[in-house]
Structures are given as C-alpha cells and as structure tokens.
Design a protein around this ligand. Sequence first.
Ligand SMILES: *Cc1c(COP(=O)(O)O)cnc(C)c1O
Length: 463
Amino acid sequence: MNMNDNTRIDTQAIQAIDGAHYLHPFTDNQALGKKGARVMVKGEGIYVWDSEGHKILDGMSGLWCVNVGYGRKELADAAYKQLLEMPYYNSFFQTTNIPAAQLAKLLTEVTPPQFNHVFFSGSGSEGNDTVVRMVRRYWDLLEQPQRKVIISRHNAYHGSTMCGASLGGMSGMHAQGDLPIPNITHIEQPYWYENGRDMDPDAFGIKAAGWLEAKILEVGPEKVAAFIGEPVQGAGGVIIPPKTYWPEIQRICDKYGILLVSDEVICGFGRLGEWWGCEKFGYKPDLMTFAKGVTSGYVPLGGVMVGDRVANVLLEKGGEFNHGYTYSGHPVACAVAIENIDIIRREHLVEKVREETGPYLKEKFEALADHPLVGIAETCGLVAGLVLVKDKKTLEAFDSALEVGMVCRGHMFGNGMIMRAVGDRMIIAPPLVITRAQIDEMVALIRLCLDKTYEDLKQRNWI
Ligand SMILES: *Cc1c(COP(=O)(O)O)cnc(C)c1O
C-alpha cells in the first residue's frame, strides 16, 4: 500500500486541535494533550496506518468491531446508496423504512429460534438500557412489579451509560457518578486463573455459577428479575469461563424463573466460531444485546433480540412501550448491517473461525505460554488473552502499580502491533477475515514484543 499521500498530513496540527478541544472517552485528557494522540488515517484488511505512515496490525479490530476488516467497498456502497435514497426517517409514528424491516427479518434468521423480534438502538450501551427497561416492563405486565433486581458480575462490561455502567462491574466506573443505580447487584466473575486455580476448571465453573444461586437467595427469589452476562467477558480481559459455567447458570435461572440476558455485543456475529456466544456455550437466553460486529463498526448500530417469552407478553399485554431512540432502525445503519451480514455469510466467516482460524490461533497463541514472561495463554474462537507474570514457576504477579501491561502495550504499539492491556492481561480480538499466514505474522510480532518487554523489565530490575 502506498501511503505517500500522508506526507501531506500535518500530524502536529491535528494533535494541537485535538488536544485543545476533543475530550476523548476513557482518557486522561490532560496527559494526552501534552503527548499528542496518535492520528489514524487509513485501514485496509487487518492493518491500519497512522499519519506518520506506520503500518500497524490491528489485533483488536478497532474496538472489537471491525470483523470483516477495513476498506470494504461493499459496505461503503450500501451506505452511499441508502444515503441518497432515504438517509433518515424515524420509526416512532407508525412508520418504518425498508432496510430496518429487512434487517429485523434477517436477524431472526441468524439468531437462535426463540428470537423472532428485535428492538433497535444506536449502540451497545443503549441496547442494555433497553434491556433494563424491558425486563422491568415484562415483570410489571406479569403483575410481579417487586421483581426489579438484575444480577450481573464484577469486572463485566456492559457499556457506559447510566444503566450500562451500572450493569457493568467496573469499580472505577462505579466510583464516578454514584453507580450502580438501585436494584443492580453483582457476583464474582468465573475467572479460573485468578479465583479457582486450586480447583479443576469444570468444578470451578459449577462453583462460580453457584454464586448466582447464593445471590438470588440473599436478595430473595421473588425480587430477582434477570441475570446478565457476556458469554466471554471482553473489556474485563477476555475471561473465558469453564465449559460447565453457562449450562449451570441456565439451570439456576430456570429454577427461579428469572430472565437470562446474554450481552453478545462482542461475542455475536461469529467472533467465537458460532453466530452467537450462547450457542458456543450451550444456553438459551431470553434477551440478547448486540452492537459492534452487526455493522463491523462502519456505522453505529445496536439493539436487543427479544425472545418469544418476553415478546409475547409485551405484544399481548403491553400496549405502548414508552421507550425508543431517534436512531432506532436508522436506515443507513441497517443497510450497512444487511450487507455486513451478507459478507459474513458469503465468505463463510463463522465457519472459517470455527474450523480453520480459531483452532489455528489456539495452537499458535497458546504456544506463547513457553515464554518466560507468560503465566497462561488461552483462546476462544478469535479472542485470546495471556497473563504477564514476574515468576513463571510460582505464577507470582507483578506489583500492579508498575503497570507492566502498559509497558508491554507500548512495545507492541511501537513495533506495529495493537494488543490491549487489561492490568497485566494482554488481549487480542483480530478481524474475522485474518488468514493463517497473518496469524503467523501476528504471533511472531507478539513474541518479538514479549522479548523486548522482558529485556526492558530486566533493565528496570523489575524481574
Ligand atoms: C462495547 C460493549 C458494550 C457497549 O457498547 P457501546 O456501543 O460502546 O455502547 C456493551 N457490552 C459489551 C459486552 C461491550 O463489549
């Protein structure tokens, strides 16, 4: 790729106006303003380029979303066509638009059979706000208004609106803004490496699911409305639960009649080698939040798949649901989503992850566990995580104040590889179009950067 065009980009000028005026999300903006943000200017396939012409392998698919890769003309064409034809109309006043209706139908085809309806939002956070409203509405309509409590998990990520951040289990987010809102409570996450290493993983999975039952009994079963979880926790650090976990969660939800909500914003649309994470782990949610991969991030779109159990009550008893967004069913976003799902289907990306690239990444990535810095390396479909440790034999962790993950992330970025740090857990979620050869290239880059990190830490006398 010829990036000579970028010689015309004045990086410092962009950084100056950015630093002066743009408050970035999840960012210490004063520190960034002094340093200057990296300016991303171009994407093609699994690579992005910054304004200085550096080519970088995007191991994170942007923010877990660019699943079909950058530079897809089909998606640009779908948006352009719809923008000219009918760029916007709302779905509030007994009107609809063609892409929204068609996408609704298409989504019921690619989701499990209990899903025959969808509610559209503009993002994953908004989708989870809809979940909270809908769950409470459902129980009100069934004349059990005391069922208000939604149980989630520590270190979950469900977005950044008031409901999203409350459902999430990030203590740093709760600390800013008096969260969680009332009637949302959390149990411990199913993180075997941190919470169950002395046990067999499958036994730990049952134990971790048991924390849900204990919480239900503590709250009072008649007050619990729903349980929400990500199939694999993403932003929390790619926490892959033991295979026994989700079926046991399902059994407990069934036992107490509470709704089961699967937040599929990351895991949906093939990321784990099935269309949906709930299919991979064998459970049957009543509601399913989606966003990110539905358009591969090209335009914002999210929503909630509404299972028959909930939809039938809303339709038959509900009357008007006083909830919706200006951009619910946005025609341009829906047109892009239709084309994106068509790409996933015609390029067999779900099957490719399940049968080819997922197993290949597993073999290559898990081999990094032999590195002196790595305590464990694990994958599930096309997400993966490894833990940096001070002592490989005892799995002793680094002092968290050292922020070793950020040191490692710096070496990754500096050498053309985007790998995210969550504490000392380094994670990836590459585009679903990644090839075997590109997986080789990516894992070689990761190993090189682990070596550089190791040397750096030795020089600092941190190991
Ligand atoms: C990203 C994410 C969200 C929030 O989606 P936004 O589009 O950023 O609002 C919700 N849930 C999960 C699991 C996510 O990864």
